[in-house]
Write a protein that binds this ligand. Structure first.
Ligand code: NAP
Length: 312
């Protein structure tokens, strides 16, 4: 395998694989480092009902398998390893994978983000079986059910409001007695008759492993120390996301939360010839379809940039 490529893509969620499909079809023979945990956040979901083209929905991992097969069909070379380090200070750019150096005329970064979790017993075990980090994706599965939402930021409150379309009651479980969310979002939640605030409360455990679905959560009042089981059918967790960008520190402009800064409406980053797409640069929409769309944009931006690029 030649270690110099026109395009290296880092990451393999909907953004990275769409970038691969487009750059491969443009004959750029992309090399894609999909990472050890390939496929991104959709690998952790069950039914995906909001990705256009699948009238009956599709399982998250199946959707990613289809995208990967499509990228391979057009000649993408996929390597199941993580990128450890990059050097964007001069062209060709350098990318290190398990100590081996690769070079690229252009790099597309699509490393995604991971939803922060509480790290409590039962949470990972029941992920996709009542525990979720995406209300847009999973809310519709809990019609007339009791839903818990952990967090007090804009995401938690926005998603709690959204979940009232489905749930009987949505309990916002927050560790303090004041929300971090913007005032207008707070007011919307306080005015919503289906939302109940559960203040000064932390969730300690998710129950339901024997039943294969969430049945209740163990909560603790931080003021009184009182513990109780709260019957719930679903627990949504919205306590922030962490973009996968540590390996880019000092190489490219990141915002204060670690998201890659892209310019204007496109995918260009602070380094000419390096493009970013998907959740590693988007903390607002975070949908599979928006990630895929931005992967297409990054591929087109990279292709156009390469047309004017003269290797040194
Ligand atoms: P965020 O603003 O960082 O809020 C995270 C929330 O989770 C906080 O309330 C925090 O509690 C709580 N939390 C953190 N760790 C926790 C833990 N271990 N256990 C329990 N609770 C925990 O994150 P976000 O809501 O995802 O928002 C991220 C950014 O996107 C923000 O800038 C936000 O304004 C923006 N956003 C905007 C919109 C909109 O404008 N429509 C929608 C969504 C997001 P504390 O408050 O006690 O720290």
């Amino acid at each position: 395998m030649s270690n110099h490529r026109e395009v290296i893509i880092i990451g393999s969620g909907p953004a990275g694989l769409t970038a691969a499909i487009y750059t491969a079809r443009a004959n750029l023979k992309p090399l894609q480092f999909e990472g050890y945990s390939n496929g991104g956040q959709l690998m952790l979901t069950t039914d995906v009902e909001n990705y256009p083209g699948f009238r009956d929905g599709i399982m998250g991992p199946d959707l990613m398998e289809e995208m990967k097969a499509q990228a391979v069909r057009f000649g993408t070379e996929i390597v199941s390893k993580d990128v450890e380090r990059v050097d964007f200070s001069e062209r060709p750019f350098k990318v290190w994978v398990e100590g081996e150096e690769f070079q690229a005329d252009t790099v597309i970064i699509a490393t995604g983000a991971t939803a922060r979790l509480l790290g409590i017993p039962g949470e990972s075990e029941l992920m996709g079986r009542g525990v979720s980090t995406c209300a847009t994706c999973d809310g519709a599965f809990f019609r007339d059910k009791l839903i818990g939402m952990v967090g007090g930021g804009d995401s938690a409150i926005e998603e709690a409001n959204f979940l009232t379309r489905f749930g009987k009651t949505v309990y916002v479980i927050h560790r303090r007695e004041e929300l971090r969310a913007s005032k207008i979002m707070q007011q919307r939640a306080f005015d919503n008759p289906k939302i109940e605030m559960v203040w000064n409360t932390i969730v300690e455990q998710v129950h339901g492993q024997d039943e294969g679905k969430v049945t209740s959560v163990q909560v603790k009042d931080t003021q009184t120390g009182e513990e109780r089981a709260m019957p719930l059918d679903a627990l949504f967790v919205a306590i922030g996301h962490t973009p996968t960008s540590e390996f880019l520190a000092g190489q490219i402009e990141l915002d204060e939360n670690g998201y890659i800064v892209t310019q204007g409406k496109g995918s260009a980053t602070s380094v000419e010839g390096v493009f970013a797409c998907g959740d590693c640069q988007d903390h607002v929409y975070r949908q599979a379809i928006t990630a895929a769309g931005s992967g297409c944009m990054a591929a087109i931006d990279a292709e156009r940039w390469l047309e004017g690029y003269q290797p040194g």
